[in-house]
Design a binder for this molecule. Structure first.
Ligand SMILES: [Zn+2]
Ligand SMILES: [Zn+2]
Length: 153
């Protein structure tokens, strides 16, 4: 039997269609569009602040949601097993009640917030990303090629 659990988590986009990412080195938040992330031409995503690439850009929010989902799914599995024993023993001597289905912890939708970001066009790649206004002023690394852009539109 395969006991592996597959849990799908969709990361919501903001109103303009950008997803929130977080650099694992410096913790900087930035946003890009899912279509740019999936583009075959993009091999690495560079942090606009420190210019490094991270293995994953999953934010703490997403991780937390994943953990909750796993816990809820496990609780359900235990409950289903207990429920099965209960049914099995209906006519038997042993009485057993599984009781109520365990309450789920709320799986909050991930806030796609951290809204003080502006859409910037990185001319080197002609792609856009959302970064903090401060980064825009000081110059930022292009998330798609890692080149530092100083004059960002
Ligand atoms: Zn960084
Ligand atoms: Zn670029």
């Amino acid at each position: 039997m395969n006991n592996e659990l597959t849990i799908e988590i969709s990361i919501p986009t903001d109103d303009e269609g950008y997803v929130l990412l977080q650099c694992e080195h410096c913790g900087t938040f930035f946003k890009t569009t899912p279509s740019d992330l999936k583009d075959d031409g993009i091999l690495h995503v560079f942090c606009p602040s420190c210019g490094l690439t991270s293995d994953n850009y999953i934010t703490d929010d997403v991780l937390e949601l994943a953990m909750k989902k796993i816990k809820n799914t496990e609780n359900d599995m235990v409950y289903d097993v207990l429920k099965g024993i209960e049914r099995h023993n209906k006519s038997g001597v042993l009485t057993f009640k599984a009781g109520k289905r365990p309450k789920h912890e709320s799986e909050d939708p991930i806030r796609s917030g951290i809204d003080a970001m502006e859409i910037c066009t990185f001319l080197c790649c002609k792609r856009t990303a959302k970064i903090k206004p401060l980064l825009k002023m000081t110059g930022a690394y292009c998330p798609f090629c890692g080149v530092k852009n100083y004059e960002i539109e």
